[in-house]
Design a protein. Sequence first.
Lengths: 314, 505, 357
Amino acid sequence: MMDLFNILVTESFWAASLRIASPLIFGVLGALICERAGVLNLGIEGIFVVGAMCGWMAVWLGAGLWGGVLVAALAGGLFGLLHAFLTVPLGLSQHVSGLGITLFATSVSYFTYRTALPNVSSPPRIEPFQPMDVPILSDLPFLGPVLFQQTALTWLALLMVALVWYVMDRTALGVALKAVGDNPDSVDAQGLSVYALRIWAIVAGSAMMALGGAFLTMSAFDAFFFGMVNGRGWVCIALVIFASWRPGKALLGALLFGAFDALQVRLQTEMGALVPGQVFLMAPYILSIVALVIAARSADYPRALLTPWFKGQR
Amino acid sequence: MTDTKVLKLNGLSKRFGPVVANDDVSLSLNRGEVLALLGENGAGKTTLMNMLFGHYLPDAGSVEVADTQGSLQALQLGHPQAALAAGVGMVHQHFALAENINALDNITLGSEPMLSLRRNRQAARAKVEELMARSGLTAPLDVPVGRLSVGERQRVEILKALYRDARILVLDEPTAVLTPQEADTLFASIKAMTKDGLSVIFISHKLREVLAFSDRIAVLRHGKKVGEMPTSDADENMIATLMVGAETPKVTRQAATPGTPLFSLKNVSVSGRSKRDTLNDVSVTVHANEILGIAGVSGNGQTGFANLVSGLAVPSNGTLHVHGEQIAHPTPAAMIEAGIGRIPEDRHHEGIVGAMSVAENMVIERLHDPEVQSRGLMRREAIQANAERLARSYDVRGPGTDAPARLLSGGNIQKLILARVFERSPRVILANQPTRGLDMGAAAEVGRRLLEARNRGAGVILISEDLDEVLGLADRIMVIRDGALIEAPNRNRTQVGLMMAGEPA
Amino acid sequence: MIRIEPRENPSRAFALGIPVLSALIALALAAIPLLAAGANPIAAYGQMLKGVFGSVFAISEMLTRATPLIFTGLAAALAFRAKLWNIGAEGQLYLGAMAAVAVGSGLLDISGVLLVPLVIVMGAAAGAAGMVAPTYLKVRFGADEVVTTLLLNFIILIFLQMMLEGPLQDPMSLGWPQSAPILDQGVLPPLMDRMRVHSGLIIGLVLAAAAQFMLVRSVWGFKLRAVGENAPAARHAGINVNRSLFGVAAISGALAGLAGVSEVAGLKGYLTTDLSPGFGYTGIVVAMLAGLSPAGVVIAALFIASVFVGADSMSRAMGVSSFLADLVVSMSLLCVLIGGFLAKFRIERTGRRGAKA
């Protein structure tokens, strides 16, 4: 018990939690934007892969770190556009289309990577984002190392939480997005385009998801590996239900998950002799299911989620 | 002043596949006038208005709307935005409101710049409050619309149109969800607004309110305009004949003496998720040879009551008896087994499996009947023969018994359900909104079948929001309000209406 | 202006033609990545064809590859028919495989004749349990089975590593995470001498035929279709929807579990963490290509297996990444989705009469 407490008060633990949470923050926000507009995007897992691969490759080809971030977002948006085309004007099954996008995006990324680098034994590395040392603030006790020695991408993730919250809560666009996910007719009757709102929401949400992938290759690690996304996208889909489609709670959910993941790594090193390490590896996924089970019944689903809408069919 | 044209529809036509929804319809509307657009279900009223509002693009024809100076201008078709800008507002029968945002946001949706990072709500709020004061239509502005009552939602819908400076207001069946008294208040507000120059088209099939509140009447039948006259020249018989194209088939009820109790609830409560599926301490007995009519404004527990009788809801307390035997664990299967025939409210959603064939839908309630299956395998020949027989005797028309049931028209879907239910000669029949959305002929057929069942000794529970239907068919009337059932002391239309509104009879 | 109109009654030929056409279009689209990789597409297609049909061995390889896909394709097709989104066939496959090696590798002392049926039954039961659990969470708590089954795939894979480094590890494996081999009496016999195609294929074909028959002809299939097409109407008509869901969940999971049994007891002989290169996920594509019809699953599985085997052989000959196969598979899913749309709807260009003035 004492050990657990000791872990929880260390700066490095909380810094790690925030680091682990960062890609999930992007992912949950992306899923949140899509679902608020009424469309489930199960392409998330594949879009993470695309973001990770494209971001990394752009930097590897000399685009610079922020160039890589931009390329990742654009690539994610492109796959989002495909999902949007299939699910919005065509109104196809959001489940199947999303899984198709995941398979497609993943195989495109793997094929491209393999074709660009046919014979490498160890994946080439790039110079990733470095922790930003903010003068004075970084030296604050506790908060300094936790908050102010993170990379720029973590800061971008936190900024995005604020941005998405502001747009959803304080702007006409946010109101329209929430309305189109609740009752598309309400938007249509007021002369707004249901299609445009949904398509742009999916594109923006997918670009956001891709940033989560880019974080993996450009901040958490410095190279691209097969299988590196490892279910993070699916975790985000569970977390967005846990977060009741609210940006603030999405941040909280991602942080809880990050803390839990950081904790399991530390417990694994401390208790590895007693329990097989895999028990700890499993824990975050189990936690996601538990969170889903707790939240599911009371979840306030966007009413139009999964329901296609066709113009002129009222 | 009254003869200034504000709207002209010129020769509008619209086809959906092989179906002609509107055929060369022309109409005009004067300033400050209330025009009633009448017709049976499927006559093309809603399609016509959807073309005016830009939801549908007409195959032929044009629309002219007066601008603020009063001169008629061609309207760009197929664009709701153009209709809104021209001052046409539409209130749909199914409200086009987002329930997760408040009334003010619903009203101003789409009239603010989308990409602006700041909103000025003060001016918008002031304008809406001014409109509420002027029209007498009020609703709470800061509560999510999901928490408003049906009447409040409808007012929000009208305010939405007025906020957009609508000079022409189209109301699609505005009173379907209101008590008679609420409807009167609504029409009084509308009358007052027409004095300020608002012009109104309202769609209805209720002859009574049309005669009472409109200035002029236009009647559609099979997509064509078949009559147009000042309301002062019209009477109920004449309009009904125009709507149906022949004398209205009348179902007449002869008095009957109720027999033994067949179905009873004692102090039953159902805790639902909302007001519509909640029942509070309901006690009722249905006898043989009796039609019990349950009147009420929609959303007052009708769904809860129907779910209970259908076996879909489990009572939280109280007892339920069928033929004197208590049913402790009601399920749909148990209710079917006990001889209760159920005609569901939403025939598309609960009545049929649209993707399965007509024949399959006709046996779906008796899958364990040896006539339908043997040793776990469906008996296809028997099912087919059954379907053909039922389709003949209940006049189910469509592309054949092998075709998916969703291809049937609404009336034929209802006949399919009637066939399935009546075929088993149930002792108790629950008919929940059985004529909603049907044309007069089909509705009369449903009424005739219910009376027939009652005459052969069944007990019938008829739930309907159409008070005139309840008054016409029921031997005994109860009113449902806030999940409670109250016996109506008499068959007086006004008194029952007052009870529906929650006022002491 | 473009308008979407539903087709009155989509023709049968259309419904059958769409998947075939989609598959061919996806295959044709593979020319783009082939060109991008600097290969001559014509030569590549030739290589692929040769790799699949060039010899008896090649055909045997294709059938071997199709076998697990028939099982996982059936698993997805039946569950999807009931609108139960079982995306967890990958995990259920490994559960089946683990159960198979647990009873088949000599841990229990069972006489030879009984071993094969026991391996099959235990594998199916383990897979079934892997789908019944998330179905329970769905029915009881409303937890979306898409997410739970997806997450379970990862949990089960980690559990597998744990087992292969623990109780199931082969003591002779020198520390490799690998199970002991299935005993000879527990092996699904091969169908041809010196070929890898094994009797798992026969089991798959029999199950596909049985599933097709049951779905179309039985009361069970009637209920399953009704629940999938319109659950509220099915419930209203007295069908026990939850029971139907649990039933199809168990069968779907069992079929996925059998994919694992078939791979481990028919092909590999022992269990490692890379037993399945995503057969569970590919099964979803197979099911969609088959239009969720069990009979169609067999044909779709043969097609997808051909793509994999053909691409593998082309990859070896021409140096193009074998991820090309995954690309074709995912594209055929997207194509069949769009094709299914075209079968149900017509896209009409509407003239703008009236607006011209």
